[in-house]
Design a protein around this ligand. Sequence first.
Ligand code: WTA
Length: 688
Amino acid sequence: MSEKEKGESIETSEAEIAVHWAEEGFVYPSAQFIAQANMTDPAVYDRMALDKCPEYWKEYADMLTWYKYWDTILDTSDAPCYKFFKGGLINASYNCIDRHLAQYKNKTAIHFVPEPEDEKVEHITYQELYVRVNEFASILKNDLGLKAGDRVTLHLPMVGELPVTMLACARLGIIHSQVFGGFSGRACADRIVDSGSDYLITMDAYYRSGQLQDHKEKADIACDDAAKDGKKVKKVLIWQRYPGKYSAKTPLVEGRDLIINDMLKKHYGARIDPVQMPAEAPLFLMYTSGTTGKPKGCQHSTGGFLAYVTGTSKYIQDIHPTDVYWCMADIGWITGHSYIVYGPLSLAASSVIFEGVPTYPDAGRCWRIAQNLDVNIFHTAPTAIRALRKVGPDEPKKYTYHFKHMTTVGEPIEPEVWKWYYKEVGKGEAIIVDTWWQTENGGFLCSTVPAIKPMKPGSAGPGVPGIHPIVYDNDGNIVPAGSGKAGNICIQNPWPGMFQTIWGDRDRFVRTYFERYCKNPKSKDWRDWPYLTGDAAVVAADGYVRILGRIDDVINVSGHRLGTKEIESAALTVPEVAEAAVVPVKHEIKGKEPDLYIALKPGIKSTPELAKAISAAIVREIGAIARPRKVWIVPDMPKTRSGKIMRRVLGAISNGTDVGDVMTLANPEIVELITKMVQGEEGKPVIP
Ligand code: WTA
């Protein structure tokens, strides 16, 4: 094990964190919701009890259409690299499209909402999706000669062509690797090289905040950088944002760049038989960051992944074919793969794809889309909820949409923010599921089955049916539910959605996720291989799991460990506060102290009194131990392109250490401004 890797596992071994964020009471689903829900039988938890694992996963496999039914539910011969539904043959594209045609061919599969509001929304029916996927698959097969097992890198924005491309790959068993459209050409190059892709599929341009961005220029950088690293991209295939018109300024590269919209003319009417893939064949790669080292290509399977996202979309998202479902994530993240494309389409729902920014051109945009498309299931992340609450707290009530169901994912949600989501966005009518999971997992780990379990603001909920979490301390002792203590949350059992390995790096896979609590490294019994999530969690006596964040988001103050989320949640009880982020600052005696960064709601002035009030709120909500060293009221938080607050950057500023590379942030310019503020070159620090 390298020093770096050791650092990774040491940081994920924190336990017994003192938790001060008060438990909220239950909120119950309405009778109206329960009456229409897919899953209302509490016995589902008994059916999927730990002692019945893995047999119960048949329930999810049976939601799919198989060419050949599997014979072994779980093959553990290469533990912890598992094979689910061995012997089965299946195709994901067939399951998301072809099997729905008899009943639903005229139903919308995808509503594509362009960012410019004067541009027409595109309603792609299942039949139209079938036609487009077949024609594009014909290009992949006949023009490029691609076949099952080949990897292709996609670098597409949020447009209808993205699921068309993914499903065309899946139709042929080609492994797609979609890189988030907002990532740079350099990041794309790393993923091309790691996956060994010969082809890059991209788009000329797309809209973001009112600007038509030249996206093709990133493809040029990606190809140049990949070539420097020894991987030559053979061809770049380019979708046109406006078919028939090239919308990028960057010129095409002779002999390398091909316009898909032109190529398609030769493939009109083509039909490509779906390839019957083994259940365990990889469906896609999704790269994610570790604490250290290069991005990891999480390899997801065909049969297992599809079964798991279909099952959880049905039971947790409560998706019916009649629903209009809108997940506002980007398909470039795992949430989009599982819960914009594969899960909803496998269930024949209508899935919304929105090109733009939720707050552009104004804070009402999301709610106009919801109203116009009659969306009834809404799915987003706390960061977006906080942003919408900040810029337009009273906007939702101006629109006539009605959600039955809302999801939150990606970070712990502060009870204050949860309550706004529930009351204002959901109008008190929609149930909320807080879904905790990771890129590695394929689908939800903890959440509530909405018609069976009540909601608890700030808690994700128990393990979803079939998922059995367990919390260990540093020494491998079980931290019991209801003890008030936190530790490292692990999953005891395998599930079909879990990734199969890190692409090309089985050792890193085993080391990062299984080594820590493995009971016997030679064992072929899954019971010996708990999966380490790398999150700290505390489990209430009722089994509800509260995620405290990555273990490195936890601050040890004089031996008391404080979840940064708890402090932030306390700060958010001050009505003027829009966003809060806590970072640990080194302290000689106490070990660490929290530094608190605050962004205020629009129009609110930063004053020393307000900073004092925020500090007092924390002491009031948690205790003097959590009193922040300083309250920095900043104009905006440094954020990643996916909207997560970069606490690492704030921590470096607070500690006066190197902030590292910030160019990939959504707003790199803010870093210098905050540094000056905190390190005293400009303005006066606000000290309570
Ligand atoms: C965090 C996103 C609290 C967690 C699907 C996890 C959450 C990491 C939640 C994975 C949630 C995700 N409550 N924390 N509901 N959902 N997380 O890979 O720390 O982008 O380990 O997957 O986000 O992020 P990833």
